[in-house]
Ligand binder design. Structure first.
Ligand code: MTE
Ligand code: MO
Length: 437
């Protein structure tokens, strides 16, 4: 339980992003129910920290940082990631509010953080080693980052990374895990080398089936024999020209929390396949069997199930390409707008391995839909920006809904789709509230 002493520590550690991780104060998933109310445990912790009970606690929104603490200097922010909403502090998980994702290319500070364990500290990029091996690797080889830079062609691509659990908070019955709303998505540029160039250099055996990664982060238990996560992709996805081993994000170092000094990026698939802090890649002759490869992690029922069902592992399939989705990033939900003026609406749409063919907007709860201008993708596996304007007929409360369609003719559902035990793949339409005045 955190007390005032720890809060004071926050201020000191706030200068040091690594240490700040360990002393972040915020709602933790255990202290807050999925409906957003403070649970008893969270309430006790909060009251202890405040030194007083909270008579109206039942009205207190879960994300609220008591003014008493806010005055001390917002202890809940991640240095270099201000504005992100922290969902869990150990491991650190933080999502980006929709309106902060308005940039065409997601800046480093607005890239969400999804950690399964604790990031490495005291890392030394100059002496970082990436080992390529596995039973289907012909010549296992170890590379420094300098080796990668000199031996292989450098590539820069804009690539979307979306956590498989983005949107989890909307499933009923709820699923355990971080209660992501809409903000576990980002699309920065990454610079590195093609994974396939490195794999081919080391020799890919004919029986190669899968490529798995290991990272230098540690399990929250502190047990050095446990991996927080070790996932991967089928060999075909690994060999795509957009699958990268990256050392830079938006032209600078990858932020520590996003995988500095080296990460894998396999865009369009659940973010969990894009390993951070990677120090080992294995070419496997079977489906990789690292941590969180097996059900229920990152798997969904092969066939639809009734909400709340218990699904046997054998009926679960590994999530591959992510579904079509869109996000309204301008204006911010809750915006107040002069109804006599047109209102610009902007956002992004993406569709896993596929492209977006159209994005439509509705201001009348889906009765009618207006087309938008959808910009071409910077490259394959990059989200696409849409823009249009709407005009409200009279003052009042409106919602703007966005609905994207991919080039396979698949569209977003209006309501939360296919319930699954762990709450993955919610691609329901995004909607924002607008007050026309
Ligand atoms: N080593 C390592 N790699 C990892 C993770 C992790 O916890 N450890 N999290 C994965 C998950 S579940 C996601 S969604 C993405 C998130 O990337 P980001 O934190 O840079 O947004 O990283 C993936 N790679
Ligand atoms: Mo994820």
């Amino acid at each position: 339980m955190r007390n005032k002493k720890h809060l004071a520590l926050n201020k000191t550690y706030a200068k040091d992003p690594i240490a700040a991780d360990k002393f972040l104060w915020n709602r933790t998933s255990s202290a807050v129910s999925r409906r957003g109310f403070l649970k008893k445990s969270g309430l006790i912790a909060l009251s202890t920290a405040l030194g007083a009970t909270i008579p109206f606690s039942r009205f207190m929104p879960a994300g609220l940082i008591p003014a008493a603490f806010a005055a001390e200097g917002a202890p809940d922010t991640i240095v270099g990631k201000e504005g992100l909403v922290i969902l869990n502090d150990r491991p650190l998980n933080a999502e980006t509010p929709a309106h902060l994702l308005n940039d065409d290319v997601t800046p480093n500070r607005y890239m969400f953080i999804r950690n399964n364990g604790l990031p490495p500290d005291n890392l030394d990029p100059d002496n970082w080693e990436l080992e390529i091996g596995g039973e289907s690797c012909i010549t296992p080889t170890t590379f420094s980052i300098a080796d990668l830079k000199t031996r292989f062609e450098e590539v820069t691509l804009q690539l979307q990374i979306e956590c498989g659990g983005n949107g989890r908070s909307e499933f009923v019955p709820g699923a355990s895990g971080n209660q992501w709303t809409t903000g576990a998505i980002g699309c920065p540029t990454f610079t590195g080398v093609r994974l396939r160039d490195v794999l081919n250099f080391c020799g890919v055996a004919r029986n190669a089936a899968y490529v798995g990664y290991y990272g230098a982060d540690t399990h929250t238990s502190g047990d050095p024999n446990l991996d927080p996560i070790s996932r991967g992709v089928p060999i075909a996805k690994a060999m795509e020209r957009e699958s990268l081993i990256a050392w830079a994000m938006n032209g600078g170092d990858i932020p520590l929390q996003n995988g500095h000094p080296l990460r894998l990026v396999c865009g369009g698939w659940p973010g969990s396949v894009s390993g951070k802090w990677i120090d080992r890649i294995v070419i496997r002759n079977r489906i990789h069997d690292g941590e969180k490869m097996a059900p229920p992690s990152y798997t969904v029922p092969a066939l639809p199930v009734a909400p709340g069902s218990r699904v046997p592992d054998t009926d679960m399939r590994i999530i591959e390409s992510m579904p079509v989705k869109s996000l309204i990033t301008l204006p911010k939900s809750g915006f107040s707008h002069d109804f006599r003026q047109r209102m610009t609406v902007r956002g992004h749409a993406w569709a896993g391995d596929d492209q977006i063919s159209s994005v439509f907007l509705s201001i009348d709860f889906g009765a009618t839909w207006l087309p938008t201008a959808v910009a071409p993708a910077a490259n394959r596996l990059s989200w696409q920006t849409f823009q249009s304007w709407v005009q409200f007929p009279e003052p009042g409360y409106y919602e703007v809904w966005a609905r994207a369609m991919d080039n396979q003719g698949r569209s977003q559902p209006m309501v939360v789709p296919g319930w699954n035990p762990r709450g993955y793949l919610n691609n329901a339409c995004h909607r924002i509230a607008v007050q026309a005045v």
